[in-house]
Design a protein around this ligand. Structure first.
Ligand SMILES: Cc1cc2nc3c(=O)[nH]c(=O)nc-3n(C[C@H](O)[C@H](O)[C@H](O)COP(=O)(O)OP(=O)(O)OC[C@H]3O[C@@H](n4cnc5c(N)ncnc54)[C@H](O)[C@@H]3O)c2cc1C
Length: 457
């Protein structure tokens, strides 16, 4: 009996698990186990649409148990990986004991978390866009601040409440800015004291362009569309602090000025201005990811916090361990082309790791990882987007439709695909819901550690 243990039920972990099941489904000598903190796979590209209420919360998550057949699943948080003892320790909870799971082969697919670059007050006071909870919390926040601003009589406070700052000009930041801006415009009619000009959504990016990785022309189109829809764009500026009331900025340019584009300027133009603070009560931080602490503090060799792997996705010191997805990186000494942390790459890693594990078990030679970039697309608010596939660039409504079709096809079950499609269709006929649901857990959601552990073999 060989035991394969997969850590993480995200894009990489689930894809790898399903591939392994397809290889070893009928082989009783192979045992597959997966551990993940959540019992579902989250479809992150649609998170901004959950925050804006376009898609219902549960429609972008798929329970892992509905996807697997042979795999044993543990919903648990991983505490420690011991590659020498070939074991993984799971936290205990208030209700059950911790456990130690033993493996012969390990797949580490633990993803990443938001990177605050060490800015503690930004971490404490800002909203994130990484988990389903983040999207629910942000949606509640936006509705709450509209409710507060509607009846606020202090004009300074009111202005700060209605200023939403989003940091990070990548997929997550641009899509979140577009979605929140549309959401506020659509629900404004319920708030008679709030006019369109009272609300300001600001997107801040540290470099001079948004959506790095897209052709410059497409990124330029996205920029123009955002500004046309009333979003203020600040480029070449880094956020250095946020105390919950004021966002502090620092220019990245020697001129000490930032690039500002808003709807008051001529189309496609921006101006150099001096700006070092923005009064706002809501900062959404989407400016980068970093591996979780468990990985950074593990016994594996890491580079910029990610587990270093060889061209076969194996950890060189522990050949029975594969690391895939956002938590891994190729050994910088290898002349491999760099790949960004995306779902596309995570799934490609997963396929190769599963195949290599099969070859390893059969004593055959493994495949080197390589990937031909298929392209990418992003939506920039209502019915517009940009897409670049196999060298063909598309912008506008067609790109928006391409985005929807592509991502709908990527959702794993027909049930969830249909629900998302229905949400999009119903949105054409009905107004948005502004109910703010309080999310309170009975006993909090902390996992406490118990001394006793259950040794599962
Ligand atoms: C808002 C947003 C939009 C995005 N849009 C796109 C897009 O359009 N296209 C694209 O290609 N990519 C996109 N991405 C990036 C994409 O989501 C990631 O690259 C992808 O999720 C990486 O897959 P992964 O399997 O490595 O990690 P994840 O999918 O993050 O999975 C990690 C898994 O590990 C589990 N886990 C973590 N820590 C523990 C622990 N201690 N114990 C137990 N389990 C644990 C998590 O619960 C999770 O199930 C987007 C990301 C975000 C946040």
């Amino acid at each position: 009996m060989k035991r394969i243990l997969i850590l993480g039920g995200g894009f990489a972990g689930v894809e790898c698990c399903l591939k392994l099941e397809s290889y070893f489904g009928n082989n009783s000598d192979i045992e597959i186990t997966m551990v993940s903190e959540d019992n579902f796979i989250l479809f992150t590209p649609m998170l901004p649409q959950v925050a804006s209420g376009t898609i219902e919360t549960r429609h972008i998550v798929t329970p892992i148990r509905t996807l697997i057949n042979k795999t044993k699943f543990y919903e648990a948080k991983i505490k420690h990986i011991d590659p020498h003892g070939k074991s993984v320790t799971l936290y205990g909870t208030n209700e059950n004991r911790g456990m130690i799971l033993h493996y012969d082969f390990l797949i580490v697919a633990l993803g990443s978390k938001t990177n605050f670059f060490g800015m503690k007050n930004v971490e404490e006071n800002s909203y994130q866009m990484n988990t389903i909870n983040d999207a629910i919390i942000l949606r509640n926040r936006i509705i709450d601040l509209l409710e507060q601003a509607e009846n606020e009589t202090d004009p300074i406070l009111r202005k700060a409440l209605l200023r939403i700052v989003i940091v990070g000009g990548g997929f997550a930041g641009v899509e979140t800015a577009g979605e929140l801006n549309d959401f506020i415009a659509d629900v404004a009619e319920y708030y008679p004291n709030i006019t369109e000009t009272d609300v300001k959504v600001t997107l801040i990016e540290a470099s001079t362009e948004i959506l790095a990785g897209f052709p410059v022309k497409l990124a330029g189109f996205a920029k123009e569309k955002l500004v046309e829809r009333g979003i203020e764009l600040i480029l070449d500026a880094g956020v250095t602090s946020f105390d919950g009331k004021e966002v502090l900025l620092q220019s990245k340019s020697p001129s000490n000025k930032i690039l500002l584009s808003d709807s008051s300027q001529q189309k496609g133009h921006s101006q150099l201005v001096s700006l070092d603070s923005i009064p706002s009560r809501t900062l959404v931080w989407t400016a980068g990811v970093t591996p979780i602490d468990l990985i950074k503090e593990s016994l594996f060799e890491t580079h910029k916090g990610r587990i270093v792997v060889n061209e076969f996705l194996q950890v060189p010191q522990f050949p029975e361990v594969f690391a895939i997805g956002d938590c891994s990186t190729f050994d910088p000494k290898l002349t491999m082309k760099p790949f960004p942390p995306t779902a596309q790459i995570a799934e490609a890693h997963a396929k190769i790791a599963a195949k290599n594990l099969k070859e390893l078990l059969n004593g055959r030679s493994m495949l080197k990882f390589d990937y031909t970039w298929k392209g990418q697309s992003a939506i920039i608010g209502k019915r517009t987007g940009i897409a670049s596939f196999f060298g063909i660039n598309v912008a506008g409504f067609l790109a928006f439709l391409m985005w929807r079709n592509l991502y709908l096809s990527k959702i794993r079950t027909y049930d969830k695909k249909f629900r998302v499609w229905l949400d999009w269709t119903l949105e054409l006929f009905f107004k948005r819901d502004i109910s703010r649901l309080k999310i309170i857990t009975k006993n909090g959601n902390s996992r406490t550690e118990l001394d006793e552990v259950d040794d599962v073999r």
